[in-house]
Design a protein around this ligand. Sequence first.
Ligand SMILES: [Zn+2]
Length: 322
Amino acid sequence: MAVREWLRPKDTPISFFHSKAGDGGLQICQFTKWIPFLKLRQQERLENFNHPAFKQHKEHLQELPLKAVKYPEINNESCKTNEEISDKTAKDLYKMLDGRGLKHAKEVRAIHSWKTDGNKLQRGASFISSVKVHGNLLSMQARAARGRNETTMCNAGCNSRASLSHIPQECSRTHGARIRRHDALVKLVNEKLRNLNFTTLTEKKIKTTAGLRKPDIIIVNSIESWVIDAQVVNGYDDPEDLHHLKKQYNNPDIIKWIKDKTGCQSVKFTTITYNWRGIMSKTSANDLIDLGITKKDLKISDWKESSRNFLNIQYNFFSRAC
Ligand SMILES: [Zn+2]
């Protein structure tokens, strides 16, 4: 109840509270589902306890009719293990409108541990705003109109519903905020790479036959160079698909430009792909990890930009535009 109170809105899906952190939830223990398993474990332990001092008591217990413990149910399906509960709770979350953007959270589970690891990198208010962005809980116009006879259309004149997918990703009013969010992400990753002693170029303008190109980060290396492009994508598509779609810099002119500049034989391409809820593409994460960035570094909630983290930056950008 307390968590529901500080999270607000009150129609936050129950499964968001109880799904595992790696699945996209807050991993708050669900006692009603957990207690039947404790009862079963207690019965099993009593049945298998063979100490002589307990023998008489055990015989007495066996005479008593044992109450059958009912397995917990989720959506009318019985769960016989804790894993089944986690699995079904997560599936329930992904069916919800607010849970859809978390569907691919489990692809890079480690980056979501900020919700449960108790680190002190975020102040209480920042933590709550991060959870609101992660859980799709910002009070936007379309959400406020749920169950009411009010318009759900964006009042910036976009001819779209003022939904949580529209405001951070499409709305004309938040165009500037989106550019600042992208630049903040590039800056944060570039700093991490420089700390790893890479020489990097950012937003270098390169003339190609397809027009002027400006890769976000180029790692200049005499053996193997990398072109890295950052993108914060929508919450509905699989970030992995959008990582593979972002191949615009896999361009022969860019490869030639880098080879001429560095003398390297190999140029690789990757992206920094997060969706706006903080879910990452697996290949993008693996490529960055291969470069030396740790899973802890990829935990965007720990990245500081003007004392705010990435999810928080979005909260500050977009909550004003709601
Ligand atoms: Zn709009």
